[in-house]
Design a binder for this molecule. Structure first.
Ligand code: UDP
Ligand code: MG
Length: 317
C-alpha cells in the first residue's frame, strides 16, 4: 500500500492545530487505499504549538513532527519537511484550514491518473483588498515576461506532489527560497484544480505587505537576471544619447558661443541620470546580496527535536 504524507508547516498555530488534525482525520479516514502519515514542522513557534504536536504524536503513531531551532519562515519549513519524507506522495497544507482537506480525495484521483504535481488554483479571494489583487496580477505578468519557464498563476502551496517532485525539490539548496517558482521550475506533469480558499479558522495570518514585497523581489531575483540585462542596455542607451548631446553642445558652443541659460535642462538631466544610477545600483545590490548569502553555504535550517527526541547531530543541510 502506498503512503501519503500530509506536510504541515506551523508557526504559532495553537488555536487551530488540533482542529486541523481532526478535520483532516475525518477526511482521510474514509480513504482506505492509502496509508496516511502526518509530518508537522514546528517553525519556531513561541506558543504551545510544539506541545500540541507532541500530544498528537504520542496519541497517533501516524503523526510525526520535527521542530526547527527557531523561526525560519514557511519556505524553509517546507524544505525541512521535504527532507524528512520517505512516502510516495506529499500533500502540502497550511495549518489554518484555509486549505479544505475535503479536496484531498480529488487530488489523489488525479495522482492515480499519472499527474505528478496536483496544485490548487485559487478562484477568488473575496476578503482580499482590490489593490492587493491588482498588484498580484501585475506581478505575475512581470514575472512571467521575465522568466523562460511557465509560471503558475494564483496557485498556492496547497498541492499534492509525487515523490519524484519531492526529490527534485530537495536538490534546491538555496537559502533565499521562492518555493512557488521552484514548483513551476521543476516541471513534471502538472494538474491545476480550482478551489475556493476559506478564511482562516483561528489565529493570525503572518503575512503583511512588507513580507509580500520581499517575497516578490525574491521571486524575480531568484529566477531571472533580466533586470541586470535591462540595466546594462538602458545604461548603454543613456551613455550613447549623452555622447551625441555632448557633440551637439560642443559644436554649438564653437559656432554660437556659450549657452548660459540651460540650467533647467542641466539639472533635470543630472537628477534623472542620478536616479537611474541609484536604481540600478540597487538592482545590482539585490543580486550581490544573494551571492553573499549563498556563498556562506550555511545549513538551511537546524532541528532541535524530532518525534519526541532531541536532535543532536544535524543530518540534512
Ligand atoms: N508559517 C510558517 N512559518 C512562518 C509563517 C507561517 O510555518 O514563519 C505557516 C503557518 O503556520 C501556516 C502557513 O505557513 O500554516 C501559512 O501561513 P499564514 O496563514 O500566516 O499565511 P497566509 O495564509 O495568510 O498566506
Ligand atoms: Mg493562512
Amino acid at each position: 500500500m502506498k503512503t501519503i504524507t500530509i506536510l504541515v508547516p506551523c508557526y504559532n498555530e495553537e488555536a487551530v492545530l488540533k482542529k486541523f488534525y481532526e478535520r483532516v482525520q475525518s477526511v482521510i479516514s474514509n480513504i482506505k487505499e492509502y496509508n496516511f502519515q502526518y509530518l508537522f514542522v514546528n517553525d519556531g513557534s513561541t506558543d504551545s504549538t510544539l506541545n500540541i504536536m507532541r500530544d498528537l504524536q504520542s496519541a497517533d503513531s501516524n503523526v510525526h513532527y520535527i521542530a526547527l531551532s527557531r523561526n525560519f519562515g514557511k519556505e524553509t519549513a517546507l524544505i525541512a519537511g521535504f527532507d524528512h519524507i520517505d512516502s510516495d506522495a506529499v500533500v502540502v497544507m497550511d495549518s489554518d484550514l484555509q486549505h479544505p482537506p475535503e479536496m484531498i480525495p480529488e487530488m489523489i484521483s488525479w495522482w492515480q491518473k499519472g499527474y505528478k504535481d496536483i496544485c490548487t488554483k485559487r478562484i477568488s479571494r473575496d476578503d482580499e483588498p482590490p489593490f492587493k489583487k491588482f498588484a498580484s496580477k501585475l506581478y505575475y505578468v512581470i514575472l512571467q515576461e521575465m522568466t523562460s519557464f511557465s509560471i503558475q498563476v494564483n496557485v498556492g502551496d496547497f498541492r499534492l506532489l509525487d515523490r519524484q517532485c519531492i526529490e527534485a525539490l530537495k536538490l534546491f539548496r538555496e537559502s533565499q527560497r521562492y518555493t512557488k517558482g521552484m514548483f513551476s521550475w521543476i516541471g513534471f506533469e502538472k494538474k491545476e484544480i480550482p478551489y475556493q480558499p476559506e478564511s482562516r479558522a483561528a489565529g493570525q495570518s503572518k503575512w503583511n505587505y512588507f513580507k509580500l514585497v520581499n517575497l516578490a523581489i525574491e521571486g524575480i531575483t531568484s529566477f531571472t537576471i533580466l533586470p541586470l540585462r535591462i540595466a546594462s542596455l538602458l545604461g548603454c542607451i543613456l551613455a550613447l544619447t549623452a555622447m551625441l548631446y555632448m557633440l551637439f553642445v560642443i559644436v554649438q558652443t564653437f559656432l554660437y558661443g556659450g549657452d548660459v541659460p540651460g540650467y533647467p535642462s542641466l539639472i533635470c538631466t543630472i537628477l534623472f541620470i542620478g536616479g537611474v544610477q541609484i536604481f540600478f545600483l540597487g538592482i545590482i545590490g539585490e543580486y550581490l546580496g544573494r551571492i553573499f548569502n549563498e556563498s556562506k553555504h550555511r545549513p538551511l535550517y537546524l532541528l532541535k527535536e524530532r518525534d519526541g527526541k532531541p536532535v543532536i547531530k544535524q543530518e540534512f543541510h
